[in-house]
Each structure stands twice: as C-alpha cells, then as structure tokens.
Design a binder for this molecule. Structure first.
Ligand SMILES: Cc1cc2nc3c(=O)[nH]c(=O)nc-3n(C[C@H](O)[C@H](O)[C@H](O)COP(=O)(O)O)c2cc1C
Length: 379
C-alpha cells in the first residue's frame, strides 16, 4: 500500500489532527451549523446505502478514471473549495494543489483562499477549477472571472448555498475573528501547538489574499468588507450573466431543490455539485445523498452531476456513483489529512480514497468506476 498504514482511514487522521492543531482551527473545519444535526445526517445517509456484490466476474483490475467536461481524471474524487485553508495547516492550499496535480484529480480553489489564485494555477495547471462566491459588485465579479480565465482555470464553480453568513456556535465560542487576530485564546492555543505555530510564523498569518484588492478604502477592515462582498442570494440573472462571461465548464455548487436543478439545465450550466456545504449552512437541509437520489436523473451528456457533504470513504464515492454522481469531493477529509501529517497528508488522503474505491469496486464485481450504476443499489 502506498500510504502510511498507521493511519489507514480518514477517521484515524481526524484523531491525530485534533491533537496537532489548535482547537479554533479544528473547530473551524469540524463544526457545522446550529446543533450540527445536518452534518450527522449527511454521514448517516451515505451509510444507509446498500450495494449488492456480484461475483463470477474477473476483477483482477479496476479502472478508476472518470471523464468529465472533456477531461479524464485518474479517479472520481477531488479537493473541494475550503476557505482559509492555510489556517488549518500552514501552506495547505499549495500542498493540496500540488498533490492534486500529481494525482490528476480536480482541485477547486475557494474565493476565500489564503493563497492567490494565480499562484495555485501555476501549481495545478491541468486540474485547477475556481470557486466563486458571487460578489455583489458586478465589476468585482467580472474581474475575478477574468483573473480565473487569464490564469488558466478549467472550470468556474458558483457556490449558491451561502445567501447569508452562518452562525456557527463553535466559531463564536472560540472568538474566531477576521482578519485572523491574536486573541488570548488564539495565543494560548498556538503556544500549546508549537509545530503548527512555528509553521504559521514561517508562512505568515493567513489572509484573504484574493479579495483584499477589492476593498473600498485602504483602511476598510476585512470583517466589514466581507459583510458586503457577496450577493445576498445569487439570482438566476447573475448566473445567466456568468454563463455569458465564462465559456468553459460552469458548475453550480449547493443544488438540492428540483426547480434550481431545472434552472441549471435551462441556463446551460454544465454541472452541479449536490451539496449542503457539509452541514455548515442550514441544519435542516436534506442529506446530500437524499438530494442526489432525487436529482440524479437530470444527469445527461450536457449536465454532469457531482456530490459532496459527509463523504469519508472510498465506499461513499462508489455509493454516490451508484446514485448518479460522476465526481465526489470532501473538504474535511483533506483537512484532517493536512492537520495530521502536514503536506504529506494530502497524498495520504488521495491514496486512501484510491485504495478504498479500487477495493470496493472489485468487491462489488465492477471493473470500471464509470460502469457503476443504480443496478447495484440494494435499497
Ligand atoms: C472549513 C470549511 C471551509 C469551507 N469553505 C468553502 C468555501 O470557501 N467555498 C465553498 O464553496 N465551500 C466551502 N466549504 C464546503 C466544501 O467545499 C464542501 O462542500 C464540504 O467540505 C463537503 O462536506 P465534508 O467536509 O463533510 O466532506 C467549506 C467547508 C469546510 C469544512
């Protein structure tokens, strides 16, 4: 096995990450919204999906590759956008982008990343997609789209599911503030996690480097800027405008409602990520596996259906494919890997998923991930 078998699963990496990184960073990644029921529902819904194994099939090899938007990726699992990535582990974003390029899997950079989009595009020229939190100001939106295009991003991912900022209780209790500032709690947590602290000193304080330039005044605080930055609810008209501005693959992230799915098809969007933002925005949102089951029939040659939220194993990726998702993502999996092992964690997570997907497909009597379909579903 080409990974460290002392940590063979994502939950093992999470255990180590909790020890190695400050509480405020752990809670930032782990936390959901309100009572965190939606986060748990995501996990439960994947776990409930049963697949019936088939034997009498030669499974000496299994093809994990998947072709979407005219490009073949080495496996059906990629890195989703995670804002403030370098707070979890210093240098996480560049390490993940570099590992994704090497592994040939998608890497989606967040608008709220702590590494400039131009730098990430150089590290992951063949696999980078850009995620846009749609700015309220049209000029800012156009500029970000132009920058993404000029830098060579392959797809534009518009996140729909943050119409308003979330009230996340763990972040409030930890007094996690933007810009990232040295409150007494943060100083204490840094002191008792010296490896993280020294590494952060080396890399510099995480900052929203992609959007700082759009401040209205030089002295405008980041918190003030962020309250005004995003549209409060991305409208259909804005998506249509972005369709005209972006001629590559256009993806809507956070789709769960059938009318939104139909609108995506009507507008000529190329793909959707069925997602509830990992249970971080609305605690009552249906589990993404449930929404995927309802909406997967919209997949077609011109509409690629993908999924995330609560995926933690290669088996979940195979389950998602049986339901109709061609590509899956998991933010927390990658950040548990980085938190536990630093830059090596990126490759560890990719290798774990690759091994688990491979073994699950073979166990199910399926020798190509693209062939996995609803006929394997047992419930
Ligand atoms: C700490 C954290 C930050 C995130 N930041 C963003 C972001 O900037 N943009 C975005 O579209 N989604 C963001 N997401 C959502 C992820 O892209 C993805 O939908 C989610 O992680 C999937 O759930 P999982 O972590 O349970 O696998 C974030 C998720 C986490 C955990």
């Amino acid at each position: 096995m080409n990974y460290d078998t002392r940590y063979p699963s994502i939950s093992d990496l999470k255990t180590i990450a909790k020890r190695r990184i400050p509480n405020f960073a752990f809670d930032y990644v782990d936390g959901g919204i309100d009572e965190e029921d939606g986060k748990q529902r995501n996990r439960d819904a994947w776990r409930e999906i049963e697949l019936t194994p088939r034997y009498l099939v030669d499974v000496s090899s299994a093809d994990l590759s998947t072709t979407i938007f005219g490009k073949t990726y080495s496996m059906p699992f990629g890195v989703p956008p995670v804002g403030l990535g370098n707070m979890m582990w210093p240098g996480a974003e560049i390490a993940l982008a570099t590992a994704a390029q090497k592994a040939n899997i998608p890497y989606i950079l967040s608008t709220y990343s702590t590494t400039e989009l131009e730098e990430i595009a150089k590290a992951a020229p063949d696999v980078c997609w850009f995620q846009l939190y749609v700015p309220a100001k049209i000029d800012t939106m156009k500029d970000l789209i132009k920058r993404a295009k000029d830098a060579g991003y392959h797809a534009l991912v518009i996140t729909l599911d943050i119409p308003v900022g979330a009230k996340r209780n763990r972040e409030l209790k930890n007094n996690l503030k933007l810009p990232f500032s040295m409150t007494p709690n943060i100083i204490w947590q840094s002191a008792i996690h010296p490896v993280w602290a020294l590494s952060t000193l080396k890399h510099g304080k995480p900052d929203f480097v992609n959007i700082n330039r759009y401040k209205e005044r030089p002295d405008e605080g980041l918190a003030e800027m962020l309250t005004k930055f995003n549209m409060k609810g991305v409208t259909r008209e804005r998506v249509e405008m972005m369709r005209d501005l972006w001629d590559g693959p256009l993806i809507l992230k956070g789709v769960q409602y059938e009318a939104d799915m139909k609108a995506a098809v009507d507008i000529g969007v190329d793909g959707v990520v069925i997602s509830n933002h990992g249970g971080r925005q609305l605690d009552a949102a249906p589990a993404s596996a449930v929404s995927l089951r309802q909406l997967a029939s919209y997949a077609s040659d011109s509409m690629t259906v993908m999924a995330d939220s609560g995926i933690r194993t290669g088996l979940d990726v195979v389950r998602a494919k049986a339901l109709g998702a061609s590509m899956c993502f998991s933010g927390r999996s990658f950040f548990w890997g980085m938190g536990a092992l630093g830059p090596k964690g990126a490759e560890q997570v990719m290798a774990i998923y690759r091994d688990e997907i491979d073994k699950c497909l073979k166990q199910l009597g399926c020798n190509a991930h693209e062939a996995m379909d609803a006929s394997w579903l047992a419930n």
